[in-house]
Design a protein around this ligand. Structure first.
Ligand code: FAD
Length: 479
């Protein structure tokens, strides 16, 4: 989207002074303090900014936004900076000011009767988990970045994670929201009403908008009773179709108590041992491996064992520690892959029933088109969502192919765009989504424009123009 009124770049001194005044004492222009916020978790995007604002409440955010609008300075909201599409990183030209929510991190209340938790947007996910647990409740969304990701960032990206199967994404888990809109007004929808048909549900417009329509300052989150029992198991199968059959069987047997069902390839399990010394749970080679968790009010181990009976091999955790050890394998997989070397990452979804065939056929297509490439597809099979990552050939394969001069980094750099174009084309042809849970940010902006539904794109851009005519709210992302 071309901005109707381009931000001034870089922001003039008078604008920066006015923003600092609006933030009170909560800002820094010390380059060393700002630096960690300028590169994303994967190290793909690095930006620049003359100023980092660290407001402590919604009123201060509103004052900052009004000043930004007056001076036409772009603002980039940032929470935990664990996003994977560059959405929270300011542009490299230094035209935008970064607004961190990390000082707005209070948990305001836990309403046990209403099963709601109200917290400021900079609250860290694991702190929200702990606060809910202290009241005998649970916030049923978790992911590998839970120690850093904020609830504001999770809402802004409509994050998913490992319990979507049962509880849905952030869209299903946000009961209410408070946000500062691009004109500086404060939208107060924190009430958390179960029923409210008094017009459009504006909170859903901000969820998944990646900070382009406003800055979320607080959220009312839906809680569930903390399950008394969990059963966690690990199973091996030869094909992803059999993994999906296991899931169907478990769902039928448990009456909807399947909390998580994660799929990993044998290569990924081997990487965990190579990189972190984590022992594989199963002996023997199993091309595909599944981590399964059931949760409910009654013991579930026997049911889990019955549900996994058709697997080639399976183990059930016998203690909390064993369960955590199995989960650690899944959570460390992205880190093990990152340590192993560069990869082209894709976060894709296709209809659940089609995912096993897609995983196999797309792997074959990509590995044929890019000889030596190693696909590592893992993730949330039960949601039809896999992280379909394409790694460079192993260094010995590069030598054998007389590409020894080409490092894995150079191999990826030379093919990155073509690999992504092929994967996204295959996803589009399968009626899927090029962003299942990470968002669009900068990374997928061009492919969204290329492959997105034109009517939907036009409507999204019209909403952006109507709410943010000056294009000050996280410009250059999504649209
Ligand atoms: P940031 O990275 O700071 O920001 C993300 C986006 O939200 C940016 O566009 C930013 O501008 C915007 N934003 C941040 N805060 C606000 C706010 N208060 N108001 C408006 N806009 C805001 N994601 C999943 O969905 N599922 C997973 O399983 C998953 N696993 C992950 C595992 C690892 C190891 C890592 C590093 C990331 C993973 N992610 C996953 C991605 C990431 O954790 C999520 O996107 C998360 O929601 C980002 O939260 P954050 O606070 O770090 O946001």
């Amino acid at each position: 989207m071309t901005s109707p009124v381009a931000a001034l770049r870089p922001p003039p001194p008078a604008a920066l002074a006015a923003l600092k005044a609006a933030a009170g004492a909560d800002w820094t222009d010390d380059a060393a303090l700002i630096a960690p916020s300028l590169t994303d978790w994967r190290g793909k995007f690095t930006g620049a900014t003359p100023l980092l604002l660290l407001p402590r409440d919604a009123a201060t955010v509103a004052a900052i936004v009004r000043v930004a609008a007056e001076h036409r300075v772009a603002l980039v909201p940032q929470g935990g900076n664990t996003g994977l599409v560059g959405g929270g990183i300011p542009a490299a030209d230094g035209s935008a000011v970064l607004l961190s929510t990390r000082r707005m991190n209070r948990i305001r209340r836990v309403d046990a009767a209403g099963q709601l938790l109200v917290a400021e947007s900079g609250a860290i996910l694991s702190d929200v988990h702990a606060a809910a647990a202290a009241a005998g409740l649970a916030f049923p969304l978790s992911l590998g970045a839970k120690g850093s990701a904020t609830i504001g960032g999770l809402a802004a990206t409509n994050a998913g994670g490992v319990q979507v199967l049962r509880h849905g994404t952030m869209r299903a888990l946000v009961a209410g929201l408070e946000a500062v809109l691009p004109d500086g007004s404060i939208l107060n929808q924190l009430h958390g009403l179960v029923k409210d048909n008094s017009g459009l549900d504006l909170k859903q417009m901000l969820i998944g908008a990646e900070g382009t329509l406003g800055i979320i300052t607080a959220l009312a989150l839906k809680l569930v009773p903390a399950p008394a029992y969990r059963a966690i198991g690990w199973a091996g199968v030869d094909r992803p179709q059999r993994a999906l059959a296991l899931l169907a069987r478990l769902r039928q047997l448990s009456g909807g108590q399947v909390e998580s069902f994660e799929l990993m390839p044998a290569d990924g399990v081997a990487l965990l041992e190579q990189q972190f010394g984590l022992r594989p749970p199963l002996a023997g080679v199993h091309r595909w491996q599944c981590l399964v968790e059931l949760a409910g009010p009654m013991p579930l181990d026997d049911l889990l064992a019955e549900g996994l009976a058709d697997a080639d091999d399976a183990v059930i955790a016998q203690s909390e520690a064993q369960g955590q050890a199995l989960w650690r394998l899944r959570e460390e997989l992205p880190l093990a892959e990152r340590r192993d070397g560069p990869a082209v990452h894709h976060d894709i979804a296709v209809p659940v029933a089609d995912m096993p065939d897609f995983a196999e056929s797309a792997t074959a297509r990509v590995e044929a088109a890019f000889p030596g490439a190693r696909v590592m597809a893992f993730g949330h099979l039960g949601d039809g969502n896999l992280h379909f990552n394409v790694r460079a050939p192993a260094p010995d394969a590069l030598v054998a192919d007389r590409l020894a001069d080409e490092s894995p980094v150079a191999w990826i750099a030379a093919r990155h765009q073509a690999i992504t174009a092929l994967v996204h084309d295959l996803v589009a042809a399968a009626g899927g989504s090029i962003s299942a849970e990470h968002g669009i940010g900068v990374l997928k902006r061009a492919d969204l424009a290329r492959l997105g539904d034109p009517a939907r794109l036009a409507a999204m851009r019209a909403i952006k123009r109507a709410l943010d005519p000056l294009d000050i709210m996280n410009p250059g992302k999504i649209y």
